[in-house]
Design a protein around this ligand. Structure first.
Ligand code: NAD
Length: 504
C-alpha cells in the first residue's frame, strides 16, 4: 500500500549541504502510480547555477591534489554505501518513476558497473611513455582532469544514468554539476548524501535542480568545460549545438527507435518472450526498449503476431507495491496523452489494433498514469508512429518480405540506437552485423546494452558528437591529454640551431 504523505520541499545540494532554492519557482514531482504530487523541486536561477559552479571551482584544487588511489578509495566507499542503502534507493526510484522494484534493482546494478569502472580510474588515465624517440628525448602523455564539468539527465533512469554520467568524471579528478530531470530529482539528491558520507570533499559533487534556465547557464558558463547530456533527440541536438558553440566538449545521447527482425527460421516462442520483456518492460520508457518488430515473410508475421497477442494478454500493469506487476505507469499525464494521440493517429492512418492498452483495468480505480500494452500491426514507414520515438507501451509490427527489406527500413530511419535479429541462420546474422547502420547490435539478444566496461552509444540522430555512456571512453571524455617531450642535457653536449625537421 502506498501511504499518502505531505508534499516534500526539495533542495539543491551545493558545497556539501542541502540548500533551499531562492528562485520562487518550483516544479511538481509526482508519484506516477497515484497521480499525486509528492514533492516540490526548486528550479534554479542562472545566478544560483553560477554560484554553484564557482563553489565547485574553488573545491577543485583539494580534489586534484589527492592521488588517484586516494580518490579511488572514496569512490569505493561510495559504491559500498550504494549497496548498503540499496533498498532505500529502490523505494526512491520507484516512488518517483513508477518502475517496478525488480527493475529499479536492475537499474542500480547497471549503474554500479559504471562506479566499478570509475574505481579503476588511475589505471585508465595512466597515459603513454616512450624512451628516446630521437635525440635522447623521452616522450610521455598524461590525462589531466578538465575542471568543472556538467551532466544533464533524463527521467527514465533516475540512478543508473546519473551514475554512468558522473562516476568517471569525479574519479579522474573533476568537479561535477549534475542537473537531474526535474521529474525524478530525489534519487540524485539521495546519491549526494552517499557521496558526502563516502568522504568526497564538499563542492566536488553538486546537484542543481532546474529546467531550461539552469541548463542555459550550464551551456554558456565559461568555467564549465564539458557537458554530458542524456535525453531526447531534439534536446540532445540543441545541447550539442549550443554547448559546442560555447567551446565545450559535449556528449549528447538522444532517443532510440529500436527494432527486432524475426527471420522465418527463428524460434518464434523464444523470440516472442524476448520481445515482450524488451518492448514493454518499464512501460517501454527505455532508450533501448524494442519499439517494434519486423517479421520477415507473411507466415512468420501472422504466427508471431498471434503468439504476441496471447502473451500480451497475460501482462499485468500496476503499482510497484504489487510484486506481481510486470510494468507500472508512464511518467506523467502529459506523456500518457501524447502516447494515446499516437495510437489514435496510427489507427486513422491504417494500422491494425492487435491489443488495446488504452484503458487498462487499473486505470478505472486509480489516478495513476497507467496505460496497458498496445500492439499495432501493419504499420508502415510513412506513419508517425514508425518515424518517432514513442516513450510508452505502444509497440508496432512492420511487415517485410525479405531480410534486405527489413534492414532497409531500419537503415533509412533517422535514429540508430539499438537493433536486434532473431535467427538461427549464421549467414543472415553475419549480413545483418555487417550492413546494419545502428550503434548497438544484438543477435538473438533482446536488448543489446553494452556492459559497464564497454562503450554505449548509438549512431545517427541517437548520438551527437563522439561521446559515450559507460565504458573506458568516458575516461578520455573527462580528461585532456598533455604530451610532454623531455630531455636532460649532458653538460658536455654541444648544441646547434637547425631549421628543418630532423630526417635522421
Ligand atoms: P528530455 O530530453 O525531455 O529531458 C532530459 C533533460 O533535459 C532533463 O534534465 C530536462 O530537464 C532537460 N531539458 C528538457 N528540455 C529542455 C530544453 N528545452 N532545454 C534545456 N534542457 C531541457 O528527456 P526525458 O523525457 O527526461 O527522457 C527520455 C528521453 O531520454 C528519451 O528520448 C530516451 O530515449 C532518452 N534517453 C536516452 C538514453 C541514451 O543513452 N541514448 C538513455 C536514457 C534516456
Amino acid at each position: 500500500m502506498i501511504v499518502k504523505q505531505d508534499i516534500r520541499k526539495l533542495h539543491h545540494f551545493i558545497n556539501g549541504t542541502f540548500v533551499p532554492g531562492t528562485s520562487g519557482r518550483f516544479s511538481n514531482v509526482y508519484n506516477p502510480c497515484t497521480g499525486e504530487v509528492i514533492a516540490h523541486v526548486p528550479l534554479a536561477t542562472r545566478e544560483e547555477v553560477r554560484q554553484a559552479i564557482e563553489t565547485a571551482k574553488s573545491a577543485l584544487p583539494q580534489w586534484t591534489a589527492l592521488s588517484g588511489g586516494k580518490r579511488s578509495e572514496i569512490v569505493q566507499r561510495f559504491r559500498q554505501l550504494i549497496k548498503e542503502h540499496e533498498e532505500k534507493l529502490i523505494e526512491t526510484i520507484c516512488e518517483e518513476s513508477g518502475k517496478t522494484k525488480e527493475d529499479a534493482r536492475g537499474e542500480i546494478q547497471r549503474g554500479l558497473e559504471s562506479v566499478d569502472l570509475a574505481i579503476n580510474a588511475p589505471h585508465m588515465v595512466k597515459g603513454e611513455y616512450s624512451v628516446n624517440v630521437g635525440g635522447d628525448i623521452n616522450m610521455f602523455s598524461r590525462k589531466e582532469p578538465l575542471g568543472v564539468v556538467a551532466a544533464i539527465s533524463p527521467f527514465n533512469f533516475p540512478v543508473m544514468v546519473p551514475l554512468a554520467q558522473t562516476s568517471m568524471a569525479v574519479a579522474v579528478g573533476n568537479a561535477i554539476i549534475l542537473k537531474p530531470s526535474e521529474k525524478v530529482p530525489q534519487s540524485a539528491l539521495y546519491l549526494s548524501k552517499l557521496w558526502k558520507e563516502a568522504g568526497l570533499p564538499d563542492g566536488i559533487w553538486t546537484v542543481i535542480n532546474g529546467d531550461q534556465e539552469a541548463v542555459r547557464e550550464i551551456l554558456e558558463n565559461e568555467t564549465v568545460k564539458a557537458i554530458h547530456f542524456v535525453g531526447s533527440t531534439p534536446v540532445a541536438e540543441y545541447i550539442y549545438q549550443t554547448g559546442t558553440k560555447y567551446n565545450k566538449r559535449v556528449a549528447a545521447l538522444g532517443g532510440g527507435k529500436n527494432f527486432m527482425i524475426v527471420m522465418p527460421d527463428a524460434d518464434l516462442e523464444k523470440a516472442a518472450n524476448a520481445f515482450i520483456g524488451a518492448a514493454y518492460g518499464a512501460a517501454s520508457q527505455r532508450c533501448m526498449a524494442l519499439s517494434g518488430v519486423i517479421p520477415v515473410g507473411k507466415e512468420t508475421a501472422d504466427q508471431f503476431v498471434a503468439i504476441l497477442k496471447e502473451k500480451i494478454a497475460k501482462i499485468k500493469v500496476g503499482p510497484y507495491t504489487d510484486e506481481e506487476v510486470d510494468f507500472g505507469p508512464v511518467i506523467s499525464k502529459e506523456s500518457k496523452e501524447i502516447i494515446l494521440g499516437y495510437i489514435d493517429r496510427s489507427l486513422k492512418e491504417g494500422a491494425k489494433l492487435v491489443t488495446d492498452g488504452r484503458h487498462p483495468e487499473i486505470a478505472k480505480n486509480s489516478n495513476g498514469f497507467y496505460l496497458g500494452p498496445t500492439l499495432l500491426d501493419e504499420v508502415t514507414q510513412e506513419m508517425g508512429i514508425f518515424k518517432d520515438e514513442v516513450f510508452g507501451p505502444v509497440r508496432i509490427v512492420v511487415r517485410a518480405d525479405s531480410l534486405q527489406e527489413a534492414m532497409n527500413l531500419i537503415n533509412s530511419h533517422e535514429l540508430g540506437n539499438g537493433v536486434t535479429i532473431f535467427t538461427n541462420n549464421g549467414a543472415a546474422a553475419r549480413k545483418f552485423q555487417d550492413e546494419i547502420e545502428v550503434g548497438m547490435v544484438g543477435v538473438n539478444v533482446p536488448i543489446p546494452i553494452p556492459v559497464g566496461y564497454h562503450n554505449f552509444a548509438g549512431w545517427k540522430r541517437s548520438n551527437f558528437g563522439t561521446g559515450v555512456m559507460f565504458g573506458p571512453e568516458q575516461a578520455n571524455f573527462f580528461t585532456k591529454r598533455k604530451t610532454i617531450s623531455e630531455k636532460w642535457m649532458d653538460m658536455e653536449e654541444t648544441s646547434q640551431t637547425t631549421f628543418s625537421f630532423p630526417s635522421k
